[in-house]
Design a binder for this molecule. Structure first.
Ligand code: SAM
Length: 188
């Protein structure tokens, strides 16, 4: 796939989820996709497999809560990385073995290259460690791909992503100290 065209159409920050196991990862992989959307990434790529349950859940949130994202599944993860780099992009692999995020985030932010952020599941093949431009740790303790992605994107965007308004939303929350206020935007 020509990722330069994709990056031009949608924006420059994509998440590649590798190692998805349909029998046990549906919920966590869906959460990776939802965090990608809510924290300002422009695309979500599920490597090696198409889990329609996961993709449908993410599509459903985009449909109701808005936003435009490149979505893809089934392409081999290693090929995505190879094509991404060939298209002039850079690869950031989130791993507890990497360099502390605070020691590298300014370099990553300053680079104008399209960014592919790779998050794993159980065991990540050495290929990703070797091919990544940056192996980045969200602290050097084991935790979760969802937490790692959220903190990385928050550092990348310096917290501004939490104020994002999403185009084409059908519903929207009116923030309130008590209760739930949700308005429909469809009759406007
Ligand atoms: N041994 C794995 C590792 O290399 O980080 C931990 C597996 S963890 C269940 C699944 C994914 O969460 C990892 O592939 C990584 O993307 C992410 N992750 C977990 N802890 C992390 C940390 N401290 N920093 C960055 N990413 C982390």
């Amino acid at each position: 796939m020509a990722y330069t065209h994709v990056a031009k159409a949608y924006g420059k920050v994509y998440v590649l989820r590798i190692g998805h196991r349909p029998e046990r990862d549906k919920r966590i992989t869906t959460h990776v996709g939802l965090v990608a959307r809510a924290f300002g990434a422009n695309g979500f790529i599920l490597a090696d497999i198409c889990d329609e349950h996961v993709m449908d859940s993410i599509r459903g949130v985009l449909e109701r809560w808005g936003g435009e994202m490149f979505l893809s599944c089934g392409e081999p993860g290693k090929r995505v990385v190879r094509e991404w780099k060939k298209s002039g992009g850079e690869v950031i692999h989130l791993t507890m073995y990497g360099v502390h995020v605070d020691d590298i985030i300014e370099v990553i932010r300053a680079s104008k290259k399209p960014k592919l952020i790779v998050v794993g599941a159980e065991k990540v093949p050495p290929y990703y460690y070797e091919e990544a431009d940056y192996n980045v740790a969200i602290g050097n303790q084991p935790h979760s791909e969802v937490a790692a992605l959220a903190v990385f994107l928050d550092r990348l965007y310096m917290g501004k992503e939490l104020r994002l308004e999403f185009p084409n939303a059908k519903i929207k929350i009116i923030p309130s100290l008590r209760g739930k206020k949700v308005v429909s935007l469809e009759d406007n």
